[in-house]
Design a protein around this ligand. Structure first.
Ligand code: 5AD
Ligand code: SF4
Length: 362
């Protein structure tokens, strides 16, 4: 049996059936898959882990995704937007602690005031840090003009999960209205890439109605889109959402976690030199989830810098760890003893060769 996966892992190029076979390998074969992914990380990126201080800027969201705890119709959430000073303070904490870069995330808001504020914040952070702090944005679907303005202001990476690359699956996990159109989402991802951002996408793993075939196609989608960064995590039910109202089924959560590890490993093997995040959702299911993700090919972690009093408001899914304060002694919060040989890189943006190669080829 083992020879099957071993042969596939030795190939230089993998087709859809190889991807499916890797995702579906047996429990006994999985360590081979994970070791292969780790060796690819080592060879292409040198087992370095990069940090992005996460600033959850606002939980106001105009969308109503059927899986998400901060969806518009969840009226139990106290809505907040950080003040300019709170964002700048968090950004300067990242700068002082030498994290190298930050990610500013929020719900989807297309108001003029919001767009202006994000632009101003980016400009201010660039100016306060002399451009030395990398800035990633994640503000969902916006107009080309807005993406352009934010890029001009100094943001250079954008995280924008496609959530599900299958249009049919996408439609099952979103309301059927103008706000939630698969084609619009795809178009935004293209615009983000065209505007010059290092472009990140990803999917949730273990969604209702999702099949192995969908997951294989998700990997192919990311490869064909030639993305620079990938963020994936297990779907975790939130009780105040349509897809979570039956409560968390812990039995399947562990399987979704294990399948996310396989997705990370396969994406690493297929795309080699991109950045892959060890997501907070992984840590929610398993205390050592991020370390396990790193051991299978992830190379980015996002320590949360949001002010503690707002953490409750950003519960996209239940059980999200909000307690772990960043501290000067162990900035990444990782248990490095679990991932020997890994170096946490401080003071660098942490771009991968993938983006510069892609731009050079274009
Ligand atoms: N479980 C796991 N991940 C979720 N996200 C939203 N809701 C959930 C959930 N219930 C993810 C989406 C989104 C990111 C910010 O969080 O992929 O892009
Ligand atoms: Fe809003 Fe993002 Fe949640 Fe959808 S997933 S409801 S866009 S915060």
């Amino acid at each position: 049996m083992t020879s099957g996966i071993a042969n596939i892992l030795e190939k230089r190029d993998h087709d859809r059936s190889d991807i499916l076979a890797m995702l579906q390998c047996s429990e006994e074969e999985a360590p081979l898959l994970f070791r292969k992914a780790a060796s690819v990380t080592d060879r292409y990126l040198g087992n370095n882990v990069y940090l992005r201080g996460l600033i959850e800027y606002s939980n106001m969201c105009g969308k109503n995704c059927l899986y998400c705890g901060v969806r518009r119709d969840n009226h139990t959430v106290a809505r907040y937007t950080l003040s300019k000073d709170e964002v700048l303070e968090a950004a300067m904490t990242a700068y002082r602690l030498n994290l190298g870069s930050i990610a500013i995330q929020s719900g989807e808001n297309t108001s003029t005031a919001f767009i202006d504020n994000v632009e101003e914040l980016v400009r201010e952070i660039v100016s306060l840090t002399g451009g030395r702090l990398g800035i990633t944005l994640s503000q969902g679907e916006q107009s080309r003009e807005t993406y352009h303005r934010w890029f001009e202001a100094g943001a250079h990476r954008y995280l924008f999960r496609i959530e599900a690359s299958s249009e049919a699956l996408y439609r099952k996990i979103h309301p059927d209205d103008q706000m939630h159109r698969y084609h619009r989402r795809l178009e935004c991802l293209k615009i983000i890439q065209e505007e010059g951002y290092q472009t990140g996408t990803g999917v949730m793993v273990g969604l209702p109605y999702q099949t192995m075939s969908h997951l294989a196609d998700d990997v192919i989608f990311m490869r064909d889109f030639n993305i620079d960064m990938c963020g994936m995590g297990p779907f975790i039910e939130h009780s105040a959402t349509p897809l979570g109202s039956r409560g968390t089924d812990n039995l399947f959560l562990r399987e979704r976690f294990n399948m996310t590890l396989r997705m990370i490993a396969v994406v690493r093997i297929i795309m080699k030199d991109i950045n892959i995040v060890a997501s907070t959702a992984m840590q929610t299911v398993d205390r050592a989830g991020r370390e396990k993700a790193i051991a299978c090919g992830a190379n980015v972690v996002m320590p949360n810098l949001s002010p503690a009093k707002y953490r409750e408001g950003y519960l996209i899914y239940e059980g999200k760890p909000g307690y772990r304060e960043i501290n000067g002694e162990n900035i990444s919060g990782l248990d490095l003893g679990m991932i020997p040989g890994t170096t946490v890189c401080l003071g660098v943006w942490g771009d991968t060769p993938h983006y510069s190669n892609r731009v050079a080829k274009a």
